[in-house]
Design a binder for this molecule. Structure first.
Ligand code: SAH
Ligand code: SF4
Ligand code: F3S
Length: 440
């Protein structure tokens, strides 16, 4: 096929999973001869990799797709493709084409690997190409990747989710849980370390259920295998479901120095009644016990979380339980969200949807608390020397930046050569969650 268009631009919304999938889309495009363009203005292919976890994620993507109408008028050869979780919702692909008739290709999360053939198909036909599969297929290995977050590399370990938390759209748009073979994962990681990557983050909606469908290695075994690859690097993983966090995993983290002492353990709510309605399969007490188990096993573990306010029927008492849990645990970081009604999920049909004003007041209280908590934690770093992995340069701050093993971000005066290196930084001051220091 003769390819006339040579530049591409990708806009990514949503989680790390999507960021990594955009790396695969970029890999496919580059294998076809396209080169990346910083700007969408001179791109010949623009891909929107969308998210639908909350309504505002969808609105953001739709707003940006809408804004492309002018660009499409200027460049008749421009190809606009929309993919990702948003497109997997029932009837969404057709609705998107109806709303934005200038879209050329819509594809789903289950057939990203086919993007090349969809592009070829589109070049041969005038009408839009829609290819969204209802069901996940076999895991396809070997898709080229254009990695964009050196010195960190994302590695998928399992796809999909079987948990069906009642508020969540992910199981409907990502399909059932399926694990990659350990051998494929370990080989990918080994190659990454050979290529100079210094941090690997294993990705899954619920990494703790890795391997349940394979009946071979479980998640701890897999971690152990990856951690035993030669070379100095950090190993991270996300996300963990509290119900599946096992003593074996804690032992594995403890026994393998390459595994960071940092864990993301979304709690969602501190109210037993709400946790039950959410179908989370643990109680507030269970959560405290898991935290205790973690802290007893690994005394310096940093625990981060996701919290939601405004789930249907959440009252002041439920909210206070969540607030209280956050105070008691003392999270190193928390992503706090207002519940967003997702069509097709059980929670969308529940009575007692919470007024937006009340939910906003609740989220403000939690944010205020967590910000203050972060500030105080940062202050404790001042005067200490930490080992960070330099990730890049922050244009706005005019400084290089990197994280310590607990995920804390530190800024310092460095040089281009520092990127990808482990560097000792003495912390001089702190601001909010960020730390500022100098190389020692
Ligand atoms: N699989 C991961 C993360 C899923 S999405 C996990 O289970 O932890 C990331 C976060 O988005 C969730 O932890 C939850 O806090 C939030 N979230 C999911 N659905 C939501 C909804 N309908 N409204 C608001 N927040 C939501
Ligand atoms: Fe969504 Fe729950 Fe699955 Fe996480 S575990 S992706 S919150 S259904
Ligand atoms: Fe991630 Fe959003 Fe999909 S959070 S899995 S991109 S719905």
């Amino acid at each position: 096929m003769e390819i006339l268009c040579k530049k591409y631009h990708i806009l990514t919304y949503g989680c790390q999973m999507n960021i990594h999938e955009s790396e695969k889309i970029a890999g496919i495009l580059e294998s076809m001869g396209y080169v990346y363009s910083e700007s969408e203005n001179d791109a010949d292919v623009i891909v929107f990799n969308t998210c639908c976890i909350r309504e505002n994620a969808e609105q953001k993507a739709e707003g940006n797709i809408g804004a492309l109408k002018q660009l499409k008028k200027k460049n008749k050869n421009l190809i606009i493709a929309v993919c990702g979780c948003m497109t997997q919702q029932k009837g969404k692909a057709d609705a998107l084409i109806k709303k934005f008739p200038f879209i050329d290709i819509v594809f789903g999360t289950h057939n990203l690997e086919n993007f090349k053939s969809l592009l070829i198909l589109k070049s041969a036909q005038k009408k839009a190409v829609i290819s969204v599969l209802d069901k996940e297929g076999e895991i396809i290995e070997g898709t080229p990747k254009k990695r964009t977050s050196f010195p960190n590399a994302w590695v998928n370990i399992n796809y999909g989710c079987n948990n069906f938390c009642t508020y969540c759209i992910v199981p409907y748009v990502r399909g059932r849980e399926r694990s990659r073979k350990a051998e494929d994962i370990v080989n990918e990681c080994r190659q990454l370390i050979k290529d100079g990557y210094k941090e690997i983050t294993l990705l899954g909606q619920n990494v703790n259920s890795y391997g349940k469908d394979l009946n071979k290695e479980d998640f701890s075994d897999l971690l152990e295998q990856v951690a035993s690859i030669d070379g100095k690097f950090r190993l991270r993983f996300m996300t963990n479901h509290p119900k599946d966090l096992s003593p074996k995993l804690i032992e594995t983290i403890k026994n393998n120095p390459k595994i960071c002492h940092s864990i993301h353990l979304p709690v969602q709510s501190g109210s037993d009644r709400i946790l039950k309605l959410m179908n989370r399969h643990y109680t507030r007490e269970d959560y405290f016990n898991k935290v205790e188990m973690l802290k007893n096993g690994i005394s310096d573990i940093a625990i981060t979380t996701d919290v939601m306010v405004g789930f249907p029927t959440e009252d002041e008492g439920d909210f206070n339980d969540t607030f209280d849990l956050m105070k008691k645990v003392g999270f190193s970081g928390a992503f706090i969200f207002i519940y967003s009604k997702r069509e097709g999920t059980p929670a969308a049909k529940m009575d007692g949807q919470v007024d937006e004003k009340i939910a906003t007041e609740r989220i403000m209280k939690l944010l205020e608390f967590q910000n203050e908590f972060n500030r105080n934690q940062s202050l404790k770093y001042v005067g200490k020397t930490i080992e960070i992995l330099c990730e890049g340069y922050d244009e706005k701050k005019g400084k290089y930046l990197g994280r310590d093993e607990y995920g804390r971000m530190a800024y310092f005066d460095g040089e281009k050569d520092d990127i990808g290196k482990f560097i000792d930084v003495k912390i001089i001051s702190s601001g909010g969650i960020s730390l500022f220091g100098e190389k020692v």
